[in-house]
Design a protein. Structure first.
Lengths: 324, 184
């Protein structure tokens, strides 16, 4: 048996070797079998009686009962995780279950259709008439024609991930107001909430972006690159963190300032956060948050790392942070 | 639902284990909880419409398996390329294959336990000790080496041995786990 497989399942195999091992596993039958058998054995051993944990079971049961009472039987977006993990910043997300796009494609021909993802916390999957897959983040909206003719143009407000059906003859254009993003077939994420700096992240393929008023000035993105607006200018740089964790149900921040994190949370939760002391904005955090958690519990986690106080205001959609 | 079915007891007996099981395949502890809670809710809502003699353990794990597979399929569809060069697609593909090939039509609890114990008892003492510390007590191999005063290499080779023996053991003596046959 390959000793790297043992290390892999102990999570003690260095990253580079993990990559090599995974690649080999896809090509080499024997290694693949070993990996699969180890996974299966590990999962079966999870059934051993010594793994019964009635204490955490009781905790979970309380959450379960709470949810059961409020569940109408149709609710799919479930908030299972309470504030239990508040003491730990690494707060990995529960996915808000995806709402299938129902009845979004009326037979309308040239009619424009507007799809929205509910805010806060909603994520919506769409399939456009050309087969392009779109995942809309909370509070975002996408306008698109009931049927594409020629250029495939859609208008985005908010954030969305696109998996564009390749069609060289009919370029796909995401219009954000500030920039048009033009593609042939690719996977990318556009962050374009109103009043926020635009961020375009490319995972696969190639896109170019240009201001509608100056189409000759083009930014070309390669996979793994990000075009980010800063103070009105556009900068191209490598991706530093996964731009689409929101689709898997959590927000991930790697060494980001509180200012950056709060501005994202404002978009996702549709709230305003006022910070009295600008020094607070410089605190840096690394962590993950469940998108199904409410904004107050997320702030409660953040303030355990670097303290500040959260003050409610008269307006339920405005939160004030003050230094302690 | 039979009069003998104590829902809460069933939940408490299986919650932590099913979550650990799901976590092996979805990789994320919160996602695992989400799936497991969803399945327990389904069982709760439908419990009265099932025959009295239904095998709830088998039902539970079949539902968890299906939920995990759906989740992985979704994730694979979304993430064909990872941004950091770490091949999550390969990780998820292997997880999916492992789960697809796993027969979760488990017998009742006592028989599962019997089979796990029998398989573990086939391991030589030191090998079993290391394996149990790692897999059942959740200790990292490094810590086991320190605790037992042996080298990490030794721990790793004992683990490799344990995996190998268990594959054989479960293949031969646990018909319910015949999925293991498929991979030889």
């Amino acid at each position: 048996m390959d000793i790297r497989v043992v290390k892999y399942f102990d999570q003690s195999l260095p990253d580079q070797e993990c990559r090599e091992l995974l690649q080999e596993a896809l090509e080499d039958e024997e290694i693949r079998r070993e990996m699969i058998a180890c996974r299966q054995l590990s999962s079966l051993l999870a059934l051993d009686e010594s793994r019964i944990d009635r204490v955490s079971g009781e905790e979970a049961y309380k959450r379960f009962i709470r949810h059961r009472r409020t569940s109408s039987g149709r609710v799919r977006s479930v908030r299972w995780i309470g504030s239990v993990a508040a003491a730990v910043l690494l707060f990995i997300g529960v996915r808000a279950l995806f709402h299938p796009a129902v009845g979004l494609h009326p037979a309308a021909e040239a009619e424009w259709v507007q799809a929205e993802a509910p805010s806060p916390g909603g994520v919506r999957d769409l399939t456009l008439p050309d087969g392009t897959l779109v995942c809309l983040n909370s509070g975002s909206s996408l306008r698109y024609p009931g049927q594409f003719k020629g250029e495939r143009r859609v208008e985005l407000e908010g954030e969305a991930f696109f998996d564009v059906r390749p069609d060289a003859a009919h370029p796909f254009v995401v219009s954000t107001g500030k920039m048009d993003v033009k593609v042939l077939g690719t996977r990318f994420n556009v962050f374009s909430y109103p009043g926020r700096d635009l961020v375009i992240s490319l995972l696969e393929g190639a896109v170019c972006a240009f201001r509608p008023e100056s189409p000759e000035e083009v930014f070309r993105l390669n996979p793994g690159e990000q075009l980010e607006e800063r103070e009105g200018r556009f900068l191209l740089h490598g991706l530093e963190e996964d731009p689409v964790t929101w689709m898997d149900g959590y927000f991930s921040f790697t060494d980001r300032t509180l200012g950056f994190i709060l501005s994202r949370l404002e978009c996702y939760y549709n709230v305003r956060i006022i910070v009295a002391d600008p020094h607070l904005l410089e605190y840096r955090y690394t962590g993950k948050f469940s998108r199904s958690d409410d904004i107050i519990s997320i702030l409660a986690v953040l303030k355990k790392i670097y303290p500040f106080s959260v003050c409610p205001t008269d307006d339920p959609d405005v939160i004030r942070l003050e230094s302690i | 639902m039979g009069e003998g079915f104590d829902y809460k007891d069933f939940y408490l007996t299986w919650y932590s284990r099913s979550k650990a099981f799901a976590r092996e395949y979805v990789g994320d502890v919160m996602e695992a909880e989400n799936i497991v809670q969803e399945v327990f809710l389904q069982i709760y809502q439908r419990r009265k419409s099932f025959p009295e003699d239904i095998n709830w353990v088998s039902y539970l794990f079949t539902a968890i398996k299906n939920h995990c597979l759906d989740y992985l399929k979704n994730r694979l569809r979304r993430r064909t390329l990872s941004y950091d060069g770490y091949d999550r697609q390969a990780v998820d593909t292997l997880r999916m294959q492992a789960l697809e090939q796993l027969d979760v039509d488990f017998p009742d609890q006592n028989r599962i336990q019997e089979r796990i114990e029998k398989a573990l008892s086939a391991l030589p003492d030191r090998c079993r000790q290391v394996f149990v510390m790692n897999k059942l007590e959740g200790k990292k191999q490094n810590d086991i080496a320190a605790e037992l005063g042996i080298s990490v290499n030794t721990v790793e080779s004992q683990m490799a041995k344990a995996y190998k023996i268990l594959r054989e053991e479960l293949k031969d003596c646990i018909p319910i786990l015949f999925f293991l046959l498929n991979i030889f």
